[in-house]
Design a protein. Structure first.
Length: 253
């Protein structure tokens, strides 16, 4: 069933997915550093020593969209294995951050039936409109589009069992603000999954600034105000690692 959805959705897509900047970087923000000397594939804005990557947009002639919609994506990235690794259960509320046109949202939706739902968050209304059209064509009723901003998800506090970002986090222009917001949306014991191309592996054929080391993910996600604890890193995918954190309950006072 998942394989069928992959094929159908790739055929339907005509736009890329992912969060895109809706406001410029602010050099005065003390959490971030602006450098003139930087990777041309990055935006020149650094957070905790890491340069933030340019968002993959539609691109000239649709090159970006073609990359995201490529027919060999299942072979290269094993999306079915990614979904299996998330340990999804019926009734879960899952937030797909940077959902775009809904490739990952659709694949997760079936696994959390009958009562679960996917909150598909994106900042671009045209993406959410496209996602809505795609799910309608596929007769999927448990994916809910959510309009976020570059700093907020618009998710309710303590409402989410699992938040997932697939090749998205490294492109967030405001990673601190977004991760703080996501962490607040998690239920106690809820999880967040960072799916990122492995920077440790030089054989992963992705531009360097679009990769992240496991230790860098841990460094950024482990700030105490997030209340997140690393639980495990899953390394079964060909190019990516799945770095999982769990929301810790607030200590009794």
């Amino acid at each position: 069933m998942i394989a069928r959805h992959v094929g159908l959705l790739i055929a339907l897509l005509s736009l890329p997915f992912g969060l895109r900047a809706d406001e410029p970087a602010k050099p005065g923000d003390s959490r971030y550093e602006i450098r003139a000397d930087h990777d041309p594939n990055g935006i020149g804005k650094f957070y905790m020593g890491r340069e933030i990557a340019h968002v993959m947009g539609f691109g000239p002639g649709g090159q970006g969209a073609e990359w995201l919609e490529r027919a060999v994506r299942e072979k290269e990235e094993k999306l079915t294995l990614l979904i299996k690794s998330l340990d999804l259960k019926p009734g879960m509320v899952v937030a797909d951050i940077g959902a775009g046109s809904g490739v990952i949202s659709v694949l997760m939706a079936e696994k959390i039936l009958p009562d679960g739902k996917v909150l598909a968050v994106d900042v671009q209304q045209e993406m959410l409109d496209r996602l809505r059209d795609n799910t309608k064509k596929l007769k999927i009723t448990n994916v809910e589009p959510v309009k976020g901003t570059q700093k907020t998800t618009a998710l309710k506090p303590r409402s989410v069992d699992l938040a997932i970002m697939v090749d998205v986090y490294h492109e967030l222009e405001f990673p601190y603000e977004m991760l703080l917001d996501i962490s607040k949306s998690l239920k106690p014991g809820g999880r967040i999954a960072f799916v990122e191309y492995r920077k440790e592996d030089p054989d992963v054929p992705i531009k360097l600034v679009h990769k992240m080391m496991e230790e860098q993910v841990k460094k950024e996600a482990s700030l105490p105000e997030f209340g997140l604890k690393w639980t495990k890193t899953i390394g079964v995918l060909p190019w990516q690692h799945i770095v999982l954190f769990e929301k810790q309950p607030k200590p009794d006072r």
